[in-house]
Design a protein around this ligand. Structure first.
Ligand code: 5GP
Length: 180
């Protein structure tokens, strides 16, 4: 494995999920989606910015017809969740009566998904499920059901595979955890 550790600004990070582990897991989730959403023409709703890499890989595992739409939400400043979720729905695609799969990079406190799920209801989708590459179960503050989970991880700060620290690290193919 190349580059087991990286330094971004003043912080050191070490690899916790390799690109091979991620690819294998994304393929498995894709296989589940192919079963669950065959002939349902789902709308994948990617939560920007962090989920762009996961979404790009996941939708290419989906074999049926689907649409891909994007929304931008934000609740993080630096390494801490602010708890204050600013929702900017940029939905150009109608999701009324559609089966929606939210693709999220990581569910941490769950504040973002909790708020967003309620907002989505107003658009009257046929169904809504969440596919999250990473979930931090010990940090969850809401009873949120994440139907498709890549990996459950400890409540530590991670970067790579779309996730950033202060704008950096999104391009890293592996996932790295902040070192103590
Ligand atoms: P939540 O609202 O569940 O606390 O946080 C959700 C959002 O916070 C994620 O979509 C992601 O953008 C950001 N986030 C949560 N944990 C991490 C992390 O460990 N690393 C990074 N880079 N972002 C995180």
């Amino acid at each position: 494995m190349k580059n087991k550790t990286v330094r971004l600004r003043e912080l050191n990070f070490s690899v916790t999920k390799t690109r091979e582990q991620i690819a294998a897991r994304v393929r498995q989730i894709g296989a589940n989606l192919n079963l669950d959403y065959a002939n349902k023409k789902p709308v994948f709703l990617a939560v920007l910015n962090g989920a762009y890499v996961f979404t790009a890989d996941l939708v290419r595992e989906f074999e049926g017809e689907c649409e891909v739409a994007f929304v931008k939400l934000s609740s993080y400043a630096g390494k801490e969740s602010t708890g204050d979720v600013a929702t900017r729905i940029g939905l150009a695609t109608s999701i009324k009566n559609r089966h929606v799969i939210i693709t999220e990079d990581i569910v941490d406190t769950g504040n973002t998904m909790h708020k967003f799920l309620r907002e989505l209801e107003e658009f009257e989708p046929a169904s809504v499920e969440i596919a999250a590459l990473l979930v931090k179960p010990d940090a969850l503050l809401h009873d949120i059901s994440v139907r498709y989970v890549g990996f459950n991880i400890p409540p530590d700060f991670v970067i790579g595979y779309g996730l950033d620290y202060d704008g950096l690290g999104r391009n890293l193919p592996d996932i790295y955890t902040l070192e103590e």
